[in-house]
Ligand binder design. Sequence first.
Ligand code: TXA
Ligand code: MG
Length: 311
Amino acid sequence: MKNIQSNIKKAKNYLDKSHCVAVPTETVYGLAGNAYSDTAVKKIFNLKRRPANNPLIVHYYNLKKISEDCEINDNFIKLYKKFSPGPITYILKLKKNSKISKFVTNNKKTVAIRFPKHPLFRKLLKNLKYPVAAPSANISSRLSAVKAADVKDEFGNKIKFILNGGVCKIGVESTILNITNKPRLLRYGGLSVSKIKKTLNQKIIININSKDKISPGLFPLHYSPGLPLRMNAKKNKKNEAFVLLKKRENISKDIYYLSKTRNLNEAARNLYSVLRKIKKDKYKSIAVEKIPNEGIGKTINDRLKRASNFK
Ligand code: TXA
Ligand code: MG
């Protein structure tokens, strides 16, 4: 307990001075900085080697402060009540007098906001006078980090501090929904679209490959372990790692599995760790068996599809 308090204090001290620290969320680790500070936000982009035109998500403790920064609406309230804190990011209209750094939004009129659920990050947010901009804590286009050691793998000693909150429970990024107008899904994620649809009782436009410059679908290559990857494979080739959804009785060399019981939530949680492990085990390519395209399986398939653009 004492350790937790002192780690949170450490993280706060760095953030207050416009440095970046890594923070745990229920989805993936984030690379955090003061969202109101141009200095902090520019550091995030530099560390990640992220193109300036790819905006960041701003993380809040609760509803209280957001009305200073963005316009809320009925759909937002409905979803917030049901799913926040949790793995959903809302795109809302940015207020003109908002203090959010223009580098966060790349000067756009909208902003992505999210209320993360991890108790450590929540404790930290509660102690801050500003919201936190945090993209996933990985070098641009690579796999997100789901534990402190992954963050270290990505950045080495380049970041000041990692607030270690164990392994992320969901393991894939938040679902992104634009609700400035008719609800539009911009990224499959930890919260299933069917649950959102049920709550709003409205059609959700699927917009994940939008040509919009400002969209998570911006980069066809994303979430990549840095190895060629093919999906829907029936078997593996020589020197190719083979990823199964469910563990088999006889696990031979080259075989990796995402779940013990064919559980898609467990598979999502293990996805990035398994891909990282395969890379560490020095395979030259990856084959993944067919994953059912339902619930969070849609998110897994989305990530695999983007990763499969690595040549
Ligand atoms: O689970 C998550 O969402 C994690 C944790 C750390 O919160 N964060 C995360 O951030 O995945 P990042 O930066 O890796 O992905 C955020 C995505 C980007 O693809 C970006 O294009 C999109 O959100 N985005 C941010 N602001 C946007 C906006 N105003 N309109 C449309 N897309 C936006
Ligand atoms: Mg990311």
